[in-house]
Design a protein around this ligand. Structure first.
Ligand code: IDP
Ligand code: MG
Length: 151
């Protein structure tokens, strides 16, 4: 089993639209384990580090002002292939192209307000988790439901 951790974040539009509970619930029901969670307003400098790969692109400035415009719900989720499992639950970057049943497919209308972020690789996940969480904030525990989740 390839147990991974991934960084998932409800963006300010998702928080303002009251979707935090719905989104957490989807990941929980899938079988992902919550390892850490934090509600915060991201500082501009931190946002620029988090989205560093997009620096220089046309949408960078609006992305930074959007992601810092209100609180986000940040979390670390764990499970078998958690990175790709979470990306699949999120849907494509453009919500108009995201499949129904995904978070973006069900709740979003435009790319600039696509509700949710999720790491795109285990390398990104490691980097992003370390930006938003201290190692001691990742909670280590046994989840009894795992015996009914994994063979
Ligand atoms: P991802 O969130 O699906 O990984 P990325 O390409 O990494 O997509 O882009 C990061 C975020 O930047 C997107 O989720 C979206 O909010 C924003 N973004 C990406 N491309 C565009 C665009 O063309 N216009 C406006 N915003 C964009
Ligand atoms: Mg990305």
């Amino acid at each position: 089993m390839a147990t991974e951790q991934t960084y998932v974040m409800v963006k300010p539009d998702g928080v303002q639209r009251g979707l935090c509970g719905e989104i957490i619930s989807r990941f929980e029901r899938k079988g992902l384990k919550i390892v850490a969670m934090k509600f915060m307003i991201i500082k501009k400098e931190t946002a620029e580090v988090h989205y560093g790969e997009h620096k220089g692109k046309g949408f960078f400035d609006s992305l930074i002002s959007f992601i810092t415009s209100g609180p986000v719900l940040a979390m670390v989720l764990e499970g078998d292939n958690a990175v790709s499992v979470c990306r699949n639950l999120m849907g494509k970057t453009n919500p108009q192209e995201s499949a129904p049943g995904t978070v973006r497919g069900d709740f979003g209308m435009v790319t600039g307000m696509n509700i949710i972020h999720g790491s795109d690789s285990t390398k990104s996940a490691e980097r992003e988790i370390s930006i938003f969480f201290k190692p001691e904030e990742l909670v280590s525990y046994k989840r009894t439901a795992d015996v009914w989740t994994y063979e």
